[in-house]
Design a protein around this ligand. Structure first.
Ligand code: FEO
Length: 168
């Protein structure tokens, strides 16, 4: 059985995951409108993942004798300055979610709720992955900003294949 405090903080997390899902859906829609198919597909996949995170939290609260509450979600932004701003905002959001999950982990330890502590480890891993995948995309965008190094980088990859064939 969850403590009242744990139930409340987990339900707050339900809301944060729901907002992340709405935010990434807004980003997907913005990118699709700009004709950026790759970026929009990336965010359409992310919005689904966040919905799954929301469900995981909600159902865990119910499983442990609490009541998972469906939150009211704020309206996410409609427009963004450019694609780099979008990914930077996504990274900032993920960093906020990581801090939030760390706080729940800390509460689980404080309450000696080792079941919740164990259950949360999946999210600890997931946050590490999400932050690093967004960071990798920002790194690529930074290369693109500097003398089209990103495209150059891709060309180099093709050239390596051709070189290997030439040597055979
Ligand atoms: Fe559900 Fe991207 O954190």
């Amino acid at each position: 059985m969850l403590s009242k405090k744990m139930e409340e903080i987990l339900n707050l997390q339900v809301g944060k995951e729901a907002y992340a899902s709405a935010l990434y859906l807004a980003m997907a829609s913005w990118a699709e409108n700009k004709g950026m198919e790759g970026v929009s597909e990336w965010f359409y996949a992310q919005t689904e993942e966040e919905r799954l995170h929301m469900l995981k939290f909600l159902r865990y609260v119910n499983e442990r004798g609490g009541h998972g509450v469906v939150p009211l979600v704020d309206q996410p932004p409609v427009a963004f300055k450019d694609v780099k701003t979008v990914f930077e905002a996504a990274l900032e959001h993920e960093q906020m979610v990581t801090r939030s999950i760390n706080e729940i982990v800390a509460l689980a330890l404080e309450e000696k709720d080792f079941t919740t502590h164990h259950w949360l480890q999946w999210f600890v891993e997931e946050q590490l992955e999400e932050e690093s995948s967004v960071q990798r995309i920002i790194d690529k965008l930074n290369l693109l900003g500097e003398h089209n190094l990103y495209l150059f980088d891709r060309d180099i990859m093709g050239m390596r294949g051709a070189g290997a064939e030439g040597e055979a």
